[in-house]
Design a protein around this ligand. Structure first.
Ligand code: NAP
Length: 489
């Protein structure tokens, strides 16, 4: 646990929902349990709110939003900056809460707190630049003015794999432009969201402008998508749930953005800098113990350099220590739950059954529980489960190719289109691959692509819309065209 007394600021350990500035329980007192993936022990319980309490949260958000949208952009920016500063100031505590409910290594947990804060900062700065337009007119007696207005109340539904950053990436742009938000965090990691809410309150986010509701996903999702006061849904999670929510949003024609699953290819051409490619693989594959939506899921290496690449990668991966958040030196944490372990085991077994060879790891870690050994497999064929579904674990599955076009074709053979990676020293070859990859994001000679300055998002079944960057605010604004006429009278 982090027992609250392990935290420098015990008040960050919140176990009630924030609605309209009040910390509330479920009307019927029901709760859901949150556990520590490293031990399976219960850390806390949080309220299991039903549609009635969620409706109340939406109502208070709608009222609060009427005032918040009138606050100047400069003042909204100040609040977001203060929130970012408080997150940074309390990074150890928030990191510890996150690490305990999620299991990510300590440095990664603190890094994620900084990453979440960076979205608040970025969008604080964008608040003052959410401009409309004055367009050259089409009639001499009229003027064409385009206002950019907040959509109103926005709902956010977030996953467990980045419990702070996925909220920062939504709440930053929403609040910057004058929306209010109701966020439902993943049931496995609600405590980070509640700590963020506590810091938001201290930063001066007005009551009702940011609300966190926890509980059973289905009924909460139905209320958030059927209540006409909610004008926008931003969802990050699996493609399967995204599809359901998109259908639910169709009823009110609600504005939707979806950040969904991926199946990222990682292509290494035979002229690539192999040390750089291995360094990139460590980030793109093993960060967050392989539990990222942009994780390299299919590593495609030119057959001329595959042996060399595998040797170097195996050496690097064998140095990744397995341990819990607070174990010094741990680089690979536990997987989120037993189902995640079962999935990784199934993928490895299936790949081996189809002829793959285990070069490193390949089984549960000796600590047992949800810990899995960092694994390298070669000869992972295109029709295996590992190549078709997100593995979401610390398993690098490698296949080979002969020519560039074949590699890009194979990379595109998936319904997903989130992140992709390609390594080559030849700029022409690299660029041809970049243009050929049907993905929302390409890491060209890098495995590290996440940043608040960049538009994050996917194509095909990986989603709709972009988060972060100057485009991030588009998702929370509507354009209102005003034709001001009669000017010649
Ligand atoms: P998930 O099962 O889709 O859950 C995501 C969120 O949706 C959770 O808050 C979950 O609540 C909620 N949810 C589940 N069923 C729902 C329903 N019927 N109605 C409304 N909400 C519902 O995904 P996950 O396992 O948490 O996260 C992993 C997935 O997210 C992976 O596929 C990963 O690739 C994707 N992801 C994508 C991005 C991106 O930016 N593209 C970033 C991170 C993760 P409960 O926890 O209460 O079930």
């Amino acid at each position: 646990m982090p027992a609250p007394q392990q935290l420098k600021d015990e008040a960050l350990f919140r176990t009630a929902c924030l609605v309209g500035g009040d910390w509330i329980e479920a009307d019927d007192g029901s709760t859901i349990s949150v556990d520590d993936p490293a031990t399976g022990d219960e850390i806390a319980t949080v309220p299991s709110l039903g549609p009635v309490e969620v409706r109340r949260a939406i109502e208070v958000a709608a009222v609060a939003q009427r005032d918040w949208r009138r606050v100047t952009a400069r003042e909204r920016a100040r609040v977001l900056h203060r929130w970012a500063d408080l997150l940074t100031e309390h990074r150890d505590d928030v990191g510890l809460i996150m690490g305990t409910e999620h299991g990510k290594p300590w440095e990664e947990a603190k890094g994620e707190v900084d990453y979440a804060a960076s979205f608040l900062e970025w969008f604080a700065e964008e608040a003052g630049r959410a401009n409309g337009d004055v367009v050259p007119t089409f009639r001499s007696d009229s003027r064409v003015i385009v206002l950019r207005e907040p959509v109103g109340v926005a709902a956010g539904i977030t996953p467990w794999n980045f419990p702070a950053a996925m909220i920062g990436r939504k709440v930053g742009p929403a609040l910057a432009v004058g929306c209010a938000m109701v966020v439902k965090p993943a049931s496995q990691t609600p405590l980070t969201a509640l700590a963020l809410a506590e810091l938001g309150r201290r930063a001066g986010v007005p009551d009702g402008v940011f609300n966190v509701v926890t509980g059973k996903a289905g009924p909460i999702g139905e209320e958030l998508t059927s209540n006409p006061s909610v004008r926008k849904l931003s969802f990050t999670g699996s493609t399967e749930v995204g599809r359901t929510l998109m259908a639910q949003c169709a009823h009110h024609i609600m504005k939707v953005s979806l950040e969904l699953g991926g199946n990222a290819p990682f292509i290494v051409f035979d002229d690539a800098d192999l040390d750089a490619a291995v360094e990139g693989t460590l980030v793109a594959k093993f960060r967050n113990s392989g539990q990222t939506c942009i994780a390299a899921n299919r590593i495609l290496v030119h057959e001329r350099v595959v042996d060399d690449y595998v040797d170097r990668l195996t050496k690097a991966v064998s140095g990744l220590e397995v341990g819990a958040t607070t174990d010094p030196g741990a680089k690979i944490g536990p997987l989120i739950d037993d189902a995640a372990v079962d999935k990784v085991a199934r993928h490895v077994e299936d790949a081996v059954g189809h002829g793959a060879e285990v070069v490193l790891g390949g089984s549960a870690n000796e600590r047992g529980g949800r810990f899995w050994d960092p694994t390298v497999l070669v000869g992972v064929k295109a029709d295996t489960a590992m190549s078709c579904e997100e593995t979401f674990g610390p398993v690098a599955g490698i296949d080979t190719f002969r020519d560039d076009e074949q590699a890009v074709r194979q990379a595109n053979e998936t319904p997903y289109g989130l992140a992709s990676y390609v390594y080559s020293r030849d700029i022409g070859r690299l660029w041809r691959a970049v243009e050929g990859l049907e993905y929302g994001m390409v890491g060209a000679n890098t495995g590290f692509i996440s940043s608040p300055v960049a538009p994050f998002g996917g194509v095909k079944e990986s989603g709709l819309g972009r988060e972060g960057s100057v485009h991030g605010i588009d998702e929370y604004t509507e354009l209102k065209y005003v034709c001001l006429g009669g000017l010649d009278r």
